[in-house]
Write a protein that binds this ligand. Structure first.
Ligand SMILES: NC(=O)c1ccc[n+]([C@@H]2O[C@H](COP(=O)([O-])OP(=O)(O)OC[C@H]3O[C@@H](n4cnc5c(N)ncnc54)[C@H](O)[C@@H]3O)[C@@H](O)[C@H]2O)c1
Length: 267
């Protein structure tokens, strides 16, 4: 049951592909808390995924947009405000994709054209979304923009490959753009560093299921689920976190502060 935390707020949710997607859970929780939303995803994902099912369930519209295309993003930002009847209060960026990871290229043998695409889709798209919203003055004062990231931005997780650098870039954009958006319109920009989560993107990483249980044991509270991540996103979109900005926020059951877990040694 919702608590009306997002009553009257309007937002765009990027990245709901199927029911496992973190963005799927965030969309459901936002609506439960009283928000009106527009869903968006890349045109190809609209064909492969289940986003129509979610839109029907939540009674909201879908506007396709490739997050690397400024033209698509402008259309999305303008049309969303028309559909929702006013400026936005929040945006979730829940997008990640690496062709090198998908094609199982070793980190010491990466294809640089693919790497550029990875950075564009997974990180530069965050700047593009922010810049498009900024130019169109599309977000209300005290609005909130959140991107999803992973601790491989700070520590080495060998199989995460070039996605580590993508996440470092994404987090840096949140800090830098957070300054400019705070000065312009008191808009907050943060990233949430989420535990390993069983999703299409997550499971694409080599050795994911072993790593998932390793992280679960390493984290005193266990891995944070996508439902819990959705709760955290709601809190960041709400008025209860108005002075939180330019942060990378760990939502990981304590994983990031651990040095050694006796439970793992026992195994
Ligand atoms: N699953 C995990 O273990 C985990 C952990 C930490 C952070 N994250 C991050 O969470 C976010 C969401 O991933 P997920 O795990 O829910 O997986 P997911 O596969 O469900 O979501 C990834 C989404 O990115 C979308 N996308 C890809 N290219 C796009 C483009 N050009 N334009 C617009 N959208 C595009 C996909 O269609 C998909 O909906 C990603 O940023 C991911 O890196 C995931």
């Amino acid at each position: 049951m919702g608590h009306g935390l997002l009553q009257g707020k309007k937002g765009i949710i990027f990245g709901a592909l199927d029911h496992k997607s973190i963005a799927w859970k965030v969309a459901e929780r936002c609506v439960e808390e009283g928000a009106q939303i527009v869903l968006t995803n890349a045109p190809v994902a609209m064909r492969l995924g289940e986003i129509n099912e979610l839109a029907t369930k939540l009674n909201c519209e879908i506007i396709p947009a490739d997050a690397t295309s400024i033209e698509d993003l402008e259309n999305l930002i303008i049309k969303s405000q028309e559909i929702l009847g006013g400026k936005l209060d929040f945006i979730l960026h829940s997008i990640g994709m690496s062709i090198n990871v998908r094609k199982k290229k070793d980190y010491t043998d990466l294809n640089y054209e693919w790497m550029k695409t990875t950075f564009d889709v997974s990180a530069i798209s965050f700047h593009k979304v922010l810049q498009t919203a900024f130019k169109h003055d599309a977000i209300n004062p005290w609005g909130s923009v959140v991107g999803l990231t992973y601790i491989a931005a700070q520590r080495t997780f060998p199989d995460y490959s070039e996605m580590a650098e993508s996440k470092a870039l994404l987090e840096s954009f949140a800090r830098s753009f957070g300054y400019h958006y705070a000065k312009k319109a008191n808009v907050r920009v943060n990233t949430i560093s989420q535990s390993p989560t069983v999703t299409t993107a997550g499971s694409g990483i080599k050795g994911f299921s072993d790593f998932f249980s390793y992280a679960d044991k390493m984290s005193p509270l266990g891995n944070a689920s996508s439902d819990a991540c959705a709760d955290y996103c709601v809190s960041l979109f709400s008025d209860l976190t108005r002075y939180v900005t330019m942060q990378n926020l760990f939502h990981d059951g304590g994983f990031s502060s651990m040095g050694m877990a006796p439970e793992i040694l026992e195994d």
